[in-house]
Design a protein around this ligand. Structure first.
Ligand code: Z5A
Ligand code: MG
Length: 278
């Protein structure tokens, strides 16, 4: 193992093998050198590298999530942040903006493919089963999210468990409430910030109209919006901010950038990344 001397070293500059450092310290009774893996570092010394932030962009169809996701990632990168771009469901068709981006997750997991076929109407799934598949699709990525955050990478996700809960509950299945839908999400990485891009289904429909996927009907979109508002009132709403997505792309982009900057500069970043609570 290699040790980097911060102060009080053996007199030799730079890196030394651990064995050699311990030997010379013993021989010359020098103060114990501080190292990056010192369990009790003095307060005036170098602090551990800051973790990355976990940012989620949510909203109805055509709210501009992918547009803002792409812009936010580019803005953060231009400021020198290391960014990991992710989206859920992992295997849904790539919208135009993803052609311009890189560093995306693999969107071809077996679970992601099943979800994709369901959304396109190519296969049928029982309501609870498809809900659990959406959740499993997030659990597949949970460790890679935590690892990236711990390394100082900011992870920006286009749709996350908030969509997972509300789209399933919006079906009106009596045994699939918001509460039931939330259970499999407990323990997943907890976002530092969720920006809910809010738009009326009517305004969203003017942006090219809804497509042919499973949930792309105005009745479904209306119910989904109501449930997103219910979620804001629950504990899941603590890290959620509602932004008016009916404004111009540039206005929304500025609002998104300001909210994200607030979080990245906040004391939250000195705390460990949380988990979705029970
Ligand atoms: N789902 C689920 O059921 N369970 C889950 O756990 C998860 C998801 C995670 C696929 O989602 C479906 O999966 C979704 C929820 C369900 N169901 N539906 N329906 P998706 O993310 O793959 O796809 P999407 O969100 O439905 O659609 P989208 O087209 O990707 O929407 P968007 O990303 O919000 O919009 P956009 O692509 O950025 O913009 C759409 C158009 O509007 C485009 O032409 C833009 O140039 C334009 N635009 C964007 N912003 C503006 C502004 N501000 N003004 C004017 N025009 C704009
Ligand atoms: Mg999208």
């Amino acid at each position: 193992m290699l040790i980097v001397h911060i102060n009080g070293g053996s007199g030799r500059e730079g890196l030394e093998a651990e064995g050699a450092t311990a030997y010379s310290r013993k021989r010359r009774s020098l103060p114990r050198p501080r190292t990056f893996h010192d369990p009790n570092p003095p307060s005036s010394g170098m602090s551990a590298p800051e973790r990355g932030a976990l940012i989620v962009i949510e909203g109805l169809d055509r709210a501009g999530k992918s547009t803002q996701h792409g812009r936010l990632c580019q803005n953060l990168e231009s400021q020198g942040h290391t960014v990991k771009r992710m989206r859920f469901p992992g295997a849904s068709p790539c919208p135009h903006v993803y052609a311009l981006t890189h560093n995306t997750e693999d969107r071809t997991t077996p679970i992601g493919k099943s979800i994709d076929a369901y959304l396109k109407g190519e296969s049928q799934q029982e309501d609870h089963v498809i809900h659990l598949l959406f959740s499993a699709n997030r659990w597949e990525a949970a460790a890679s999210i935590r690892n990236a955050i711990a390394e100082g990478t900011t992870v920006v996700i286009d749709r996350y468990y908030y969509s997972g809960i509300v789209y399933s509950a919006a079906k009106g299945n009596p045994t699939l409430s918001l509460e039931w839908a939330r259970h499999p999400e407990v323990g997943l990485p907890l976002p530092d910030l969720c920006l809910f891009l809010d738009i009326t289904p009517e305004a969203a429909a003017k942006r090219g109209g809804f497509g042919n996927e499973k949930y792309e009907t105005s009745a479904m979109q209306k119910r989904v919006r109501e449930l997103f508002y219910d979620l804001v009132k629950l504990s899941d709403g603590r890290g959620m901010r509602i932004l008016d997505a009916g404004r111009s792309i540039e206005e929304v982009e500025k609002d998104v950038a300001d909210r994200v900057e607030e979080v990245i500069k906040s004391s939250r970043m000195s705390q460990e990344l949380g988990s979705i609570p029970p």
